[in-house]
Design a protein around this ligand. Structure first.
Ligand code: HEC
Length: 176
């Protein structure tokens, strides 16, 4: 539960009710740490999709600066990707490939998606750093790719959309 100490930064977000209530729920857990009578919460069965509290736990476990990201801003920034990309498990490829599980996977590796030659033969693995460069300027990062997107010039938007994608696409922090 010591991770809770990283959560106060989340309070800076002008969050909608959902995120805010998660923070409040988490904040409400705090006193339980000190109360021996209530520390035996049984493990919940594996839920098909993560709860808001689990998403915030993934966020808090990300390395800086991503642990301070604003997920709501990340969601807003992702609106610029949504016309071409889905992010749910097994979601369809559209103009661009489905992005579930993208972190830690090789670039251009989704079997059923028809990549450009440049992307298919690119030899790197997606992580926060490569994605940051890609999103800054897709054309210069990988010449010859077919993602027609000008890029996200704002570093904060890139930080936030990368954290949003880590939280939403099944990335597991390294403790696993
Ligand atoms: C106009 C459509 C379009 C938009 C908007 C777009 N993309 Fe893409 N994206 C593509 C296409 C097409 C590809 C495949 C590129 C290739 O094969 O050269 C791609 C590839 C990618 C890949 C590589 C996936 C893999 O399997 O290796 C990532 C990551 C990605 N996009 C992230 C994003 C993010 C994040 C945004 C928003 C900030 C975004 N894209 C916006 C069309 C788009």
């Amino acid at each position: 539960m010591s991770r809770l100490s990283s959560f106060p930064s989340i309070r800076n977000i002008a969050a909608p009710a959902v995120a805010l209530s998660s923070v409040l729920m988490l904040a409400a857990c705090g006193p339980n740490d000190a109360a021996p009578a209530t520390d035996s919460t049984p493990a919940a069965p594996k839920a098909p999709s993560p709860t808001e509290a689990e998403k915030l736990a993934v966020l808090a476990a990300l390395p800086a600066p991503y642990n301070e990201a604003d997920l709501d801003n990340g969601r807003r920034a992702f609106a610029r990707c949504r016309s071409c990309h889905t992010i749910t498990p097994g979601g369809p490829n559209m103009t661009g490939p489905n992005l579930y599980g993208v972190f830690g996977s090789k670039a251009g590796a989704k079997e059923k998606y028809s990549y450009s030659h440049a992307m298919r033969t690119a030899d790197f693995t997606w992580d926060a750093e490569t994605l940051d460069h890609w999103l800054q300027n897709p054309r210069t990062f990988l010449p010859g790719n077919k993602m027609s997107f000008a890029g996200l010039p704002d570093a904060t938007d890139r930080r936030d959309v990368i954290a949003f994608l880590k939280v939403e696409t099944g990335f597991k922090p390294q403790s696993e």
